[in-house]
Design a protein around this ligand. Structure first.
Ligand SMILES: Cc1ncc(COP(=O)(O)O)c(C=O)c1O
Length: 378
């Protein structure tokens, strides 16, 4: 097959990544981290793509964050040497992680939030030549996993438990302040970001005062990145979505439309009524996820007009597996065979369904990047 010259040579549906926007997003957050003396360890679950991770490193990232061990394996095998699996692991998974580290030479680290979790990690690493760095996972308000930040006593017990367990060492405290996604305003996002970071720093100081060596304070969520990065005492930032900035980020005010780097390129296949049409990208392309942590955009994405602005006359209202249901203003000119570019509601969920993304400059296709870690969920 000949390499497509323009997006009009691509079969739809296809995922497009606007190169200039991607680079601006990478440089923006890398610069923010540099200015604040904070290490950038981006989360790869958004893009799952080796080429993109290389660009993140060129822009100044140190190490990567992964969601699962099998996701980390893709990046370890591609030569990345510093991988944090920010997910609570069972003993069985910890053994797989150790095998990965021994096979590839990657330095790996992880998190724990329970005595059982610590025991499992220790059982898998007790006779390893180097201790496994483990962050205590702290819940600063998302209420998903982690020891509650208010519960300093439990946090101290668990932190000591990690520090004293055979085969482990305490790397620090870590939170994902994902409750920013449920904020009602930009002011609330900023407040949550600052409070989560400050709460984590205060807990680290309390642990240190109690004699527990707690080197790192790691925070991470795209909406709060620019608010938490400047909180004194934060050592590491782990944003994921910032590479693409999807429609959710737009709705939260994290980024303007000109920074939304990922679009879904789709074709109108039916217009059975003046106010209704269907396109060839459904839930098997967008995913049914309207946003992280149960957030809801009120649609599945933002349809762009030919000039790249938001097309107010079309709404991607509903998805079935292979069809996107478009609601149209009755006089909208959309015809069967026309193409649309749509900023997806949740980029991370859409990318995981694709074999590759096409890197573009406007309509010109530059590169094809495989989504090498797609469906790596174990
Ligand atoms: C543990 C952890 N760290 C960092 C992130 C990155 O957050 P975001 O996608 O908002 O950038 C996530 C996202 O789910 C996460 O679960």
């Amino acid at each position: 097959m000949r390499f497509p010259a323009t997006i009009h040579d691509l079969e739809t549906p296809a995922l497009l990544v606007e190169r200039a926007r991607l680079e601006a997003n990478l440089l923006d957050i890398a610069g923010l981290c540099r200015e604040n003396g904070v290490r950038l360890r981006p989360h790869v679950k958004t893009h799952k793509c080796v080429e993109l991770a290389r660009l993140q490193h060129e822009a100044g990232a140190e190490g990567l964050t992964c969601a699962k061990v099998s996701e980390a394996a893709v990046f370890a095998e591609a030569g990345f040497r510093d991988l944090l699996v920010a997910y609570p692991l069972t003993e069985e998974k910890a053994r797989v992680l150790r095998e990965l580290a021994e096979r590839t030479g990657a330095r790996v680290s992880t998190v724990a939030d329970s005595a059982e979790g610590i025991r499992g990690l220790s059982a898998a690493w007790r006779d390893a030549p180097e201790p496994l760095p483990v962050h205590l996972k702290v819940d600063t308000g998302l209420h998903r996993v982690g020891v509650p930040v208010e519960n300093a006593e439990s946090a101290a017990d668990l932190a000591r438990g990690i520090a004293e367990a055979r085969g482990l060492r305490l790397a620090g405290l870590l939170t994902h302040e994902g409750h920013t996604y449920l904020a009602a305003s930009s002011e609330e996002v900023a407040r949550i970001g600052r409070e989560a970071a400050a709460g984590l720093v205060a807990l680290a100081e309390e642990l240190r005062a109690g004699g527990v060596e707690t080197p790192g304070v790691s925070v991470g969520s795209t909406p709060s990145a620019r608010h938490s990065v400047g909180v004194p005492g934060v050592t590491e930032l782990r944003p994921g979505n910032y590479v693409y900035h999807d429609a959710i980020q737009l709705s939260l005010g994290t980024a303007p439309l000109e920074r939304c780097a990922l679009t879904i390129w789709t074709t109108a296949v039916s217009r059975p009524a003046r106010e209704r049409a269907a396109c060839d990208a459904g839930s098997k392309v967008f995913s049914s996820d309207r946003g992280p942590h149960g957030m809801d955009l009120g649609g599945h994405g933002i349809v762009l007009a030919g000039d790249g602005a938001c097309d107010e006359g079309v709404r991607l209202a509903k998805l079935s597996e292979e069809h996107g249901w478009l609601r149209l203003e009755p006089d909208h000119p959309l015809r069967i065979g026309d193409h649309l570019r749509v900023v997806p509601a949740h980029a991370c969920a859409a990318v995981n369904l694709a074999e590759a993304v096409w890197v573009v400059e406007g309509e010109r296709v530059l590169e094809r990047w495989p989504v090498a870690a797609r469906a790596r969920v174990t």
